[in-house]
Design a protein around this ligand. Structure first.
Ligand code: 15L
Length: 280
């Protein structure tokens, strides 16, 4: 039975996706505890409490999670940065979240990212799509922290029974902004629906789900979405005319699923379209 009076903690509440979740879950009657290092910019939903906190501060995170049934972990660094910048919020902070979840017997929704697997090539027309069990191929220090986060979820489930869903988000924006996003786009409404399904699912275990809408140009197939009964409703196809020609013209970015992130600080020789790296 769903108990909406037991708090749900949302980290990264002041970010774009945290605000989407706060609005949607608040409107549906969930009791929300919100946190972020930045102030919360919107009106608080009824009954919600916001606390400014740094994910590096383990004591505060443990206190914030007291009595919570779930943690929606959307906090931390959300784009590529130097290793030392990523380390605190995304690695140490993540450990604080999982320790809090273990103590509270709370479940965790982890905002993972396609950049955990960004160096997989984009499938061509009719080629096989990627299954969520694929190897991690992180494309940045940021993507590496997301792969680590998924593995932390793996360990906390196997060792402590902390249920967790790793939503490997493609591109969550109001609309797709370039051709790649016709494959990777996740609408805000589909994101909110996934969070609600996560909260009400009877059992999750350790699950990995592609965080993308129902896009016909998808790169991805096969995941654990049945465990939460999530079926995305939106599709990037509606935007094809607007963004179909918007490409980067960078051969690295265009070859791999992670797009521009794969090309950042890239020091190998640039691949020609026909090259195939055999020593993978
Ligand atoms: C992400 O993980 C980022 O948080 C977001 O800003 C986008 O870059 C997105 O991936 C993407 O791949 O489009």
């Amino acid at each position: 039975m769903t108990d909406k009076t037991r708090p749900v903690l949302i980290t990264g509440a002041s970010g774009a996706l945290g605000r989407v979740l706060t609005r949607a879950l608040g409107a549906n009657g969930w009791t929300l505890r919100l946190t972020d290092i930045a102030p919360f910019p919107d009106d608080l939903p009824k009954g919600a409490v916001f606390t400014k906190a740094d994910l590096n501060d383990g004591v505060t995170i443990l206190r914030l999670a007291e009595g919570c049934q779930a943690i929606l972990h959307f906090g931390g660094i959300s784009t590529e940065h130097p290793f030392e910048v990523v380390l605190g919020p995304n690695i140490r902070g993540l450990y604080h979240i999982y320790e809090a979840a273990r103590r509270e017997k709370a479940r965790v929704l982890f905002a993972s990212s396609n950049h955990a697997i960004g160096f997989h090539e984009r499938p061509g027309e009719g080629e096989e799509k990627l299954d969520a069990d694929c190897a991690f191929r992180p494309d940045t220090f940021y993507g590496l922290s997301k792969a680590y986060g998924e593995l932390m979820g793996r360990m906390y489930w196997d060792k402590h029974g902390v249920e967790n869903l790793n939503l490997r988000i493609g591109s969550a924006f109001p609309e797709p902004a370039e051709r790649r996003m016709l494959s990777t786009w996740l609408s805000y409404d589909d994101l909110a629906r996934a969070a609600e399904k996560f909260l009400t699912a009877p059992r999750i275990g350790h699950a990995v789900v592609w965080g993308a809408s129902n896009n016909s140009a998808t790169y991805w197939d096969g995941d654990h979405r049945d465990r939460i009964g999530w079926e995305p409703q939106d599709s990037a196809e509606l935007f094809r005319a607007a963004v179909g020609e918007k490409v980067s013209r960078n051969p690295v970015a265009e070859r791999y699923q992670g797009g521009g992130y794969t090309a950042m600080d890239y020091t190998r020789d640039k691949p020609s379209p026909k090259d195939h790296f055999s020593l993978d």
